[in-house]
Design a protein around this ligand. Structure first.
Ligand code: SIN
Length: 293
């Protein structure tokens, strides 16, 4: 029987180990490829500079970080998000009353769908898509409702040099129309006349790490520019399948008052709606980013 090393599938390079120890937080990896749980932080308190710097470094090193047992208020959730930048207002999704930056994440027995069921990077249809998202789950099912995260540096690095050369300099259309029209009707949200649509590089360079990440996703990317439609459809279908390889992923099991903080510039995620009719509920605070380059 051949071992894993003999397969012809994509390969991943181990992430470089952290160059420095953390002084204030404890960081436990979920997988060698993506994700880490952070302990030693109380998010009800304002982060001092050192704590902020360590959490920022953990996010850059692990791409998605998780906190447990954080019984925070909406105001504390918003304050944590604002520490990392100005907040993003979702172009379609429902939000907490009077607080447009606090997006509602909710599914129950009456829901026709759950948020984020397909692989995506949040709101990549915006001209300036979000840098990161912070999801606080207050109520979760006994089993199910996990969220999967995938490392888009690893997905890019696992491409052949020929495919990397083909994609270099290419742009793609990201369109919010299909993703958002009619999607939130069950929350009483009326459709807007139009939804955001943007063109972004297929491979983007992360402004903090300087690393390249694949930046197309099933949720929003509709078209590669500069190639015929059928070629675009074929290459996108292959890229979506490639980036969804479990080799690049971790899977997070929620508990009440867990938080996930992910970097949308180098990850994609997918929420599992395998818990119907049980309810799952929380809020997401999303941080503005920069135009991808
Ligand atoms: C989302 O895409 O923000 C939803 C993720 C989740 O509910 O786990």
């Amino acid at each position: 029987m051949s071992g894993l090393g003999n397969t012809e599938g994509p390969r991943i390079r181990q992430q470089a180990a952290s160059v420095a120890e953390y002084r204030r937080i404890r960081v436990t990896k979920l997988t060698p490829v993506i994700g880490a749980e952070i302990a030693g932080v109380d998010l009800r308190e304002t982060l001092d500079e050192e704590m902020f710097a360590e959490i920022s470094r953990a996010l850059a090193e692990h791409l998605v970080i998780f906190f447990r047992d954080q019984d925070i208020t909406p105001a504390q959730h918003l304050a944590f998000g604002r520490r990392f930048g100005a907040l993003h207002i979702h172009p379609a999704a429902p939000h907490a009353e009077g607080e447009p930056a606090l997006m509602r994440i909710h599914a129950d027995a009456n829901s026709p769908r759950a948020n984020g069921e397909g692989w995506h990077s949040d709101v990549s249809c915006d001209a300036v898509p979000p840098m990161g998202s912070i999801l606080h789950i207050r109520l979760c099912p006994e089993t199910g409702g996990d969220t999967l995260f995938a490392n888009m540096y690893a997905a890019y690095e696992a491409l052949s040099p020929r495919m990397q050369a083909y994609l270099a300099g290419m742009k793609a259309v990201h369109d919010g129309e299909d993703a958002y029209r009619g999607t939130y009707a069950n929350y009483g949200v009326a459709d807007r006349p139009s939804y955001p649509r943007a063109e972004h590089p297929v491979v983007r360079t992360h402004p903090v790490t300087g690393k390249r990440a694949l930046y197309v996703n099933r949720g929003f990317t509709t078209r590669l520019l500069g190639v015929p439609r059928d070629e675009s459809d074929g290459i996108l279908a292959w890229l979506f399948a490639h980036m969804e390889n479990p080799l690049f992923q971790c899977r997070f099991r929620w508990r009440e008052n867990s938080i996930a903080f992910w970097d949308n510039r180098c990850t994609q995620h997918r929420a599992m709606w395998d818990y119907w009719p049980a309810p799952r509920s929380g809020h997401r605070v999303t941080i503005l980013g920069e135009a991808p380059v």
